[in-house]
Design a binder for this molecule. Structure first.
Ligand code: M6R
Length: 618
């Protein structure tokens, strides 16, 4: 959700550092933005509704005229509104009534209304509609009562119910204090000889250092140049070792592409290679995964898998079900994490809870995995973000190595999740004796063909063909996406991508369900996109196409089945790779299709309205 940055240097000016950090984190929330700086004897804030570029040009102009210079410490925030609309007043930082502290926050304070009442009763005047301002006043009042800022934070936070990552800045009597704390949303800190940094995402820290400390729930960190002290809520120092982050910063750059989404779609061949790297043992017909967790003995005890995920990761989890059940013979349930966490799930002994998440910070997925853990399950994850909460809380993780994904619409992480699910299914199948060495070899050899096929599907010519189809369908009134079997989740994913970035109504359905309701939607002006693989249900998919056409609907067929392609007005041919691997290829034209429809409609592709990349609140 919101992006948080902070910096404290021995000398120099942190404003450009904060603006660069906010730019990198803008994908987390982009409806308003602000900075708080140590200036003169106190603090100064600048904040406004709108994008980072607008604030940056204003504050840099102010600097050019001699203002806002030489701040050695500051905090910055890009907002995704929860309480109060995106206005200048609701933008962060917020200050306490005494002007002692500036505070930024990512999360939700659930008891903010009662705290606000209480503070108003005590004579505090509020200037925003946010839940965050309550925190600023609570901490400011504690600071006024005595002690250091970190003490004030530790005294104030127990009064708060909810989720937060906060950073507070104070500047009194010539002393700068920068403190951050976490309960729920992610927060990391780092130091080198000259400075200290905090951010809600490592991407904002990587330009300064690769050695990053990930804070845990309940942690309070005090930062100063060259030093960070992390304590628990009682002030007892806790050890949080730094981890080395290998991600390259260039990977978070748009390069020559007009949008991150297109760049990330084009990265998919490389991503597949990285996910597979050193994991294929072709001779043994098996998958190499580090750690005892993945051994025959340990996986042999897995009787059932419970997948927990949200959004695109949920769709990857649905594909994982087909793979794990089909290849390994292990039953799989897949739940939306947001639903699972609020029902009373019954998990049989031997159930492995599998979280799937790009960010590893999605609040619902984390809560669902924790619940599964409490109910006695071992916890594994398929995740992109090294050091994320999900990775740290899992007994084992299959990292997907997709690199930073900035486009809000997830693309390359999805494909990498499918590859990881395939690897896991093969390993489980081998551990359960369900896949022979020879079968393992064949399955893994198939996986090695994916990269060249993806490259072929991303040529200029292939892209132009999809662009042309997207242009012709961009003003239809709605879309139905149909798929069967292992490609049913791909229909869901195609519809989600289109909704997310082009704001066109799109429904994903199992093709066999069309006759039970959605067929009523079919008429001229309604486009049905059918995923048509050469599999055991290919003839049924052809019948679906006939039924749509008979009712005047337009059909775009995507896949390797020549019979289906023949029947459709528009066709996007996909190489034949067999049913298990077909989702990996079939999803790519759907990603490009949604991209080009959104482009045609002039939508803000990398920052679709109302969305945020990492959903760290409920
Ligand atoms: O970081 P996660 O994979 O846990 O995120 C889950 C969803 O929020 C995410 O996939 C969302 O649906 C994307 N915007 C889809 O493009």
């Amino acid at each position: 959700m919101c992006g948080i940055v902070g910096a404290f240097r021995r000398t120099g000016d942190v404003l450009p550092t904060l603006l660069d950090g906010l730019k990198v984190l803008e994908y987390r929330g982009y409806d308003s933005v602000g900075v708080g700086l140590v200036q003169g004897p106190g603090l100064t804030i600048r904040r406004r509704a709108g994008r980072i570029d607008e604030l940056a040009s204003r504050v840099l102009a102010e600097q050019a005229q001699g203002g806002l210079n030489g701040s050695v410490a500051g905090i910055g925030h890009s907002r995704w509104a929860t309480h109060g609309p995106p206005t200048d007043e609701n933008a962060h930082p917020h200050m306490d009534a005494g002007g002692r502290i500036a505070l930024i926050h990512n999360g939700i304070i659930e008891n903010y209304a009662e705290l606000r009442e209480e503070l108003i009763g005590a004579g505090v005047e509020f200037h925003s509609e946010t839940d965050t301002e309550v925190l600023a006043h609570l901490i400011g009042r504690e600071l006024a009562a005595g002690g250091r800022l970190a003490d004030a934070v530790r005294r104030a936070l127990p009064r708060v119910r909810g989720y937060y990552a906060i950073a507070a800045l104070a500047h009194e009597d010539g002393e700068v204090q920068l403190v951050c704390a976490r309960e729920g949303p992610p927060l990391c800190v780092a130091v080198d000889e000259d400075g200290a940094w905090l951010a809600s995402d490592v991407l904002a820290i990587l330009p300064h250092t690769r050695e990053v400390i990930f804070l845990e729930d309940g942690d309070v960190a005090e930062l100063e140049p060259g030093k960070v002290r992390v304590t628990d809520g009682k002030g007892v120092e806790v050890d949080r070792p730094a981890r080395t982050i290998e991600w390259e910063m260039e990977a978070s750059d748009k390069g020559s592409f007009p949008h991150y989404m297109l760049k990330e779609i084009h990265e998919q061949p490389d991503v597949v290679s990285r996910t597979l790297y050193e994991r294929l043992d072709l001779d043994a017909g098996d998958v190499r995964l580090d750690g005892d967790f993945w051994s025959d003995e340990s996986l042999g005890n897995v009787r059932r898998v419970q997948v927990l995920a949200c959004g695109t990761a949920f769709h990857a989890g649905l594909v994982a079900r087909y793979l794990i059940e089909g290849l390994a013979g292990v039953p799989v349930d897949v739940d939306y994490a947001s639903e699972f966490r609020y029902r009373s799930p019954i998990l049989a002994p031997g159930t492995l809870a599998l979280g799937v998440s790009q960010s590893g910070e999605t609040a619902d997925t984390l809560a669902a995995l924790r619940l599964a853990g409490k109910l006695g399950c071992a916890r594994a994850s398929i995740c992109n973000a090294i050091g994320s909460t999900m990775v740290r809380e899992s007994d084992a993780t299959l990292l997907i190595h997709a690199g930073p994904e900035i486009g809000v619409a997830s693309t390359k992480a999805f494909v990498a999740m499918l590859v990881a699910a395939y690897l896991m299914a093969v390993r489980l199948g081998r551990a359960h004796g369900r896949i022979s060495q020879e079968e393992g070899r064949e399955l893994l050899a198939g996986l090695r063909q994916i990269r060249p096929h993806l490259e072929h599907m991303l040529t200029r010519e292939a892209q132009d063909h999809i662009r042309d189809i997207a242009r012709r369908h961009s003003s239809v009134k709605g879309f139905l996406f149909l798929g069967r079997g292992i490609n049913y989740p791909i229909a869901l994913e195609g519809a989600l991508k289109l909704k997310e970035i082009s704001y066109v109504h799109a429904e994903g359905y199992p093709a066999g369900e069309m006759k039970h309701g959605p067929i009523a939607l079919i008429e001229p002006g309604m486009t049905t996109l059918v995923i048509a693989s050469q599999d055991s249900v290919a003839d049924k998919v052809r019948a679906n196409i006939e039924q749509v056409r008979a009712r005047g609907g337009q059909v775009i067929a995507v896949g390797a089945d020549p019979g289906s392609l023949e029947l459709a007005e528009d066709k996007i041919e996909v190489p034949e790779v067999g049913p298990w691997l077909s989702p990996l290829l079939n999803v790519v034209p759907l990603q490009l299709f949604s991209y080009f429809v959104a482009l045609e409609k002039g939508c803000d592709i990398d920052k679709p309205r109302n969305l945020a990349k990492s959903v760290t609140v409920e």
